[in-house]
Design a protein around this ligand. Sequence first.
Ligand SMILES: [Ca+2]
Ligand SMILES: [Ca+2]
Length: 187
Amino acid sequence: MTDDLDVIRVPVIVANCPPGRITEDLYASAGGVRTIANQPNRTFAAQNGIVKCGGSWQQLGEKCFLAVAGSNRDWKDARSDCQTRAGTDLAVIPDQATTTFLQSMLAGVTSQYWVGLHDLPNENDFRWVDGQSLIDTNYTNWAPNQPNNGWLFSEDCVTFKPSNGKWNDAACDFGTRPYICERNSCK
Ligand SMILES: [Ca+2]
Ligand SMILES: [Ca+2]
């Protein structure tokens, strides 16, 4: 046996990422072949820094999105479920291009989906899970008369309505919903 265990194969080229590194999990999900056993945390240099999302994930530029339906959760449990996947959190919608993409990804869907926007620490100071404020992104898409922080319950977590792309603040732990996870396609 003369196999060079450091040789990797280049995954399918479907997106342009900056030169860099990808995780083994992401590499495998992109159709790459694991060549080094028993090193689950090892990262591989991508020869051309290019990788696709893999599985049911949908790609927009350097981002991968996954709509999770059929196992509805409250907001915190939805976020936890996203975070069980490497490098993943609830989706951030920083611009109209992302709104349009998610609308097309969920065309015909009537449910409202949790996304990664909340004002849990400070009322009416909405932040994305990546730390960006709405001033940072300079983009909002609230439904009319939202956010209203509810009536009987405070509303500190935000839903995305695929049919019109609009946001509503909703009670984080009152009722369960489908949700959208996001990760970077290039690690
Ligand atoms: Ca609130
Ligand atoms: Ca509301």
